[in-house]
Design a protein around this ligand. Structure first.
Ligand code: COA
Length: 321
């Protein structure tokens, strides 16, 4: 038993922030950002919440699959930027779309979150517990970004992407791998809430993202190819068998480095980071939805999905579309 993606959806907030606009806020330039990252613009929330974006993406994924919300058995929301600690984003999505029969909860593996949530859905379906799931990655990172820090504010964007998956006997998700290295947690993180109570007083916290960009860069270029090869090996496949590599959209140079290490032509690595930046857990399903709606995904095609992020976390899966 496996899972098959039956529908995709996405949602982006309407405000587009071009690199040129950032030039007026921090000491940077459109040329520098494009050359070092490949990013040209990003969407930024002017009020939309993680749950609102997630619900819109899920609704569109259901419509694409031709399914009703009441049929959904499981909703998994991957996010590292919820507005509230509770209720979880997945429960808010359930309420917004009217999926009254689903169980719903969140999962946080940062930018690898969607991938880990997809693998979790597979595990539930494989175990025979649920027959279908909505899996969504949604982020409003703009509230965790220090807009005075040029080394991070140029990278991130807001948005959501979702897939509706159903059990299948053949094809679908063929294999996956996932890894975590908590000792490297200091490389990338932030978003702390203030510890404030009568006993602690008010303690310092790190509200914004902080990052060792070079360390993350080399981790991604080193680790993602290993994950991809490991997942392909588990599926009994090799690099030539893959039609498209749908990778986390963090930086064009990272994707170029991964393609080079894998010995695969860059044309097999679709990208949308130029328009949306790094949307963390939303990045892979956002790109999948774009490819799906452009008609670039044909049944039977083999895809590799791979992501990495804070934690540090990383993983990959192989699927037949
Ligand atoms: N505009 C202009 N200059 C900038 C800048 C910006 N936005 N950000 C940093 N710089 C400067 C640095 O201060 C440094 O100046 P110095 O040489 O005078 O000290 C110089 O550019 C080079 O900085 P460096 O950090 O070495 O650049 P880089 O080539 O490594 O690119 C990143 C920086 C952040 C773009 C790159 O490391 C990266 O993308 N890393 C991965 C980050 C990531 O993907 N995080 C999310 C993972 S899910």
């Amino acid at each position: 038993m496996s899972i098959h993606i039956m529908g995709t959806g996405s949602a982006l907030p309407g405000r587009v922030v071009e690199n040129r606009e950032l030039e007026g806020m921090v000491d940077t330039s459109d040329e520098w950002i494009r050359e070092r990252t490949g990013i040209g613009s990003r969407h930024v929330s002017t009020g939309q919440t993680v749950a609102e974006l997630a619900a819109d993406a899920c609704q569109r994924a259901l419509e694409d699959a031709g399914k009703q919300a009441e049929e959904v058995e499981l909703i998994l929301a991957a996010t590292c930027s919820p507005e509230e600690a509770a209720p979880c984003v997945a429960c808010q999505v359930q309420s917004r779309i009217g999926a009254g029969n689903a169980v719903a909860f969140d999962l946080n593996a940062a930018c690898a979150g969607f991938l880990f949530a997809l693998h979790t859905a597979w595990a539930y379906v494989e175990a025979g517990i649920y027959r279908n799931a909505l899996v969504v990655g949604s982020e409003v990172l703009s509230k965790l970004v220090d807009w005075e820090d040029r080394s991070t504010c140029i990278l991130f964007g807001d948005g959501a992407g979702a897939v509706y998956v159903e059990n299948c006997q053949e094809g679908g998700l063929l294999s996956f791998v996932q890894h975590a290295d908590g000792k490297k947690g200091g490389v990338l993180g932030g978003g702390a809430r203030l510890l404030s109570n009568p006993w602690a007083g008010q303690q310092e916290c790190q509200p914004f993202f902080r990052m060792d960009g070079r360390e993350v860069f080399s981790f991604a270029v080193r680790q993602v190819p290993l994950n991809v090869e490991e997942a392909l090996g588990k599926a009994g496949l090799g690099i030539p068998d893959v039609d498209l590599f749908v990778l986390h959209q963090a930086n064009r140079r990272i994707i170029e480095g991964i393609a080079k290490r894998l010995g695969a032509d860059l044309s097999r690595f679709p990208m949308n980071l130029e328009r949306v930046g790094n949307t963390s857990s939303a990045a892979i399903p956002l790109l999948l939805d774009e490819l799906n709606r452009q008609g670039r995904l044909k049944r039977g095609m083999r895809l590799v999905l791979s992501g990495f992020g804070a934690g540090l976390t990383c993983g990959a899966c192989v699927m037949e579309w």
